[in-house]
Design a protein around this ligand. Structure first.
Ligand SMILES: [Zn+2]
Length: 285
């Protein structure tokens, strides 16, 4: 709706602000203090290193750094199997920097339980969401590592099941972050959660590991509007203005409560995603 732009941008600023507060776990409950500095700006030029490794490797690097205070040289060896004399910790370092994790975060979570940290980070907005996701993957990997082997052989069914489960963990973090940001369908303001879908502009199957969980790639839409967007019957200009496909029937547009002047709030970091949708998903003749 035309009216929901302001609250949305406000909400975004508010979430960013909240993420800069350090958190001290209540004494007695945890018995330890956890101070988390704000994440540093994510260094997107580190994409090559970040994308070289898989979810579990990235998860082990994040955990080893935040909870165990392992040096990046050591992580290169223990997680990535590299010779630190040659790699100099560069690979782990860049994976961490891509997520915004820096020296000030080293062993910041030591002594706090993994469950508590994941739980806390979930409310801290989209940047921390990626960190929470990797810690969640780490927790899952540890829980299931005993089931991976059949005798001494890796059980292929288990690796497949694990991949599906990790994708689910990612989708649930992505959806939670979008529910926090948008709260309701961007087109009709429906707010019944069971009917809201975390929609991707660049679909999961085409997106890389970062893009799949990048909140800039997401729109919260109700089931009907998600479907119309997902199959390319509607799209948006980078300004957020709705565009109809010729394949969209007038009656359908009416039944979906669409009108040609609708626009949604889109920010500049969403532009590449919406352009991708326009080019590859939107139905044109
Ligand atoms: Zn809707």
């Amino acid at each position: 709706m035309l009216t929901n732009g302001l609250p949305y941008l406000y909400k975004r600023a508010e979430l960013a602000k909240r993420a800069t507060f350090s958190y001290a776990a209540k004494k007695g409950k945890e018995g330890m203090k956890m101070d988390l500095q704000p994440l540093r700006p994510q260094e997107k030029k580190r994409a090559r290193e970040f994308l070289t490794y898989n979810d579990i490797e990235r998860a082990r690097i994040v955990y080893g750094y935040l909870f165990e205070g392992q040096s990046t040289r050591r992580l290169d060896r223990t997680v990535l199997g590299l010779d630190p004399a040659v790699s100099r910790g560069y690979q782990s370092h860049n994976v961490l920097r891509y997520l915004g994790i820096a020296g000030v975060h080293k062993q910041a979570c030591r002594g706090v339980s993994l469950d508590t940290v994941i739980d806390r980070l979930n409310g801290w907005g989209p940047d921390w969401m990626h960190v929470a996701y990797y810690l969640d993957v780490y927790r899952y990997a540890v829980q299931t590592s005993g089931q991976l082997f059949e005798g001494n052989v890796v059980d292929e069914r288990m690796t497949e099941k694990r991949a599906v489960q990790i994708a689910r963990i990612g989708q649930s973090h992505f959806r939670r972050a979008l529910l926090q940001r948008d709260e309701r369908c961007l087109l009709c303001e429906m707010e019944q959660r069971e009917l809201l879908v975390a929609s991707h502009m660049k679909p999961w199957r085409d997106a890389n590991d970062w893009e799949r969980l990048d909140i800039a790639n997401g729109l919260l839409l109700c089931a009907g509007h998600d479907r119309a967007f997902d199959i390319g019957l509607i799209t948006f200009e980078p300004s957020g203005q709705i565009v109809y496909s010729d394949a969209l029937h007038d009656t359908t547009a009416r039944l979906l409560h669409l009108h040609p002047r609708l626009h949604i709030p889109l920010t500049s970091d969403q532009r590449p995603y919406v352009e991708w949708h326009n080019e590859h998903v939107f139905q044109t003749y």
